[in-house]
Design a protein around this ligand. Structure first.
Ligand code: B12
Length: 212
């Protein structure tokens, strides 16, 4: 089974969209755990792509092609992720990639995992301004505000968003979670967010704990 996941990872790294889609189905048919397919196949493929980009082996086009393969594979995996417990109350979360940042694969995984766990997720998309987060909190009255950033520079947009929520007087109505590859616990504490988690599973677990 791990051979199939390794092969899936390789196909995503090489941006083989159609083959990756077939490989996800093959992994599911072989009984691989959807969580393992996600973590060890898809998410870890993007780390390899990032390393190749950093080392100069890949350029933007290869990164884009790999991202497209990842997105296609994710769509096939989505219905197989665990469904919500029947008795679970639907909590609402507002999620977005912060201003200046267009990376959305991680955000989409967090959204997908939360929805699979029974949350209602309002997705604001990418390049979301602090003002748009504030508006969404006023409009949607969510329990959670979740922000994603993949670029070191755009982490500052998270700081601005927390400050804007404070200024708007709605900060205490929500729990703020932040994530994305460059984000850390230390940064979350520094900007006054409520939590940071390294991955989407951690985010779901933390939301469950905070909502209990
Ligand atoms: C794919 C990719 C792209 C794709 C994005 C496609 C898309 N639709 O998202 C494309 C090709 C478009 C792209 C563009 C660019 N990219 Co890019 N990209 C990547 C790459 C290879 C993978 C990112 C990814 O999808 N990872 C997989 C997901 C699943 O991981 P994740 O996002 O971290 O999410 C997980 C956790 O972090 C967490 N999480 C995520 N969000 C949240 C939110 C909350 C609330 C919580 C709790 C948890 C959480 O859960 C997720 C799942 O477990 C990274 C390399 C890397 N190592 O990250 C570079 C990378 C992020 N990109 C980089 C750069 C420089 C760029 C560009 C500026 C390049 C350019 N010259 O134009 C542009 C940015 C344009 C912009 N303004 O946004 C740099 C950033 C450097 C830095 N630290 O500042 C990186 C690190 C590459 C590198 N090694 O240099 N990129």
């Amino acid at each position: 089974m791990s051979d199939i996941i390794a092969s899936l990872k390789d196909l995503v790294v090489r941006g083989k969209k159609n083959e990756a889609a077939v490989e996800v189905k093959r992994a599911l048919d072989a009984g691989c755990d959807p969580g393992a397919i996600m973590k060890d196949g898809l998410v870890s493929a993007m780390s390899v792509v990032g390393q190749k980009y950093s080392s100069g082996e890949y350029f933007l086009p290869q990164m884009m092609i790999a991202a497209r393969a990842m997105t296609t594979a994710l769509e096939i995996l989505k219905p197989h992720l665990a469904g919500p417990a029947a008795e679970q109350k639907k909590e609402k979360a507002v999620i977005g990639t912060v201003s200046g940042d267009f990376h959305d694969i991680g955000k989409n995984i967090v959204k997908m995992m939360l929805e699979s766990a029974g949350y209602e997720v309002v997705d604001l998309g990418v390049d979301v301004s602090a003002e748009s987060f504030v508006e969404a909190v006023r409009r949607e009255s969510p329990r959670f505000v979740l922000m994603s950033a993949l670029i070191t520079l755009t982490m500052e947009s998270m700081r601005r968003t927390v400050a804007a929520l404070e200024e708007a007087g709605v900060r205490s109505n929500v729990k703020i979670g932040i994530g994305g590859a460059p984000v850390t616990h230390k940064f979350a504490a520094e900007i006054g967010a409520d939590f940071y988690t390294e991955d989407a599973y951690g985010c779901v677990e933390t939301c469950k704990r905070l909502a209990a």
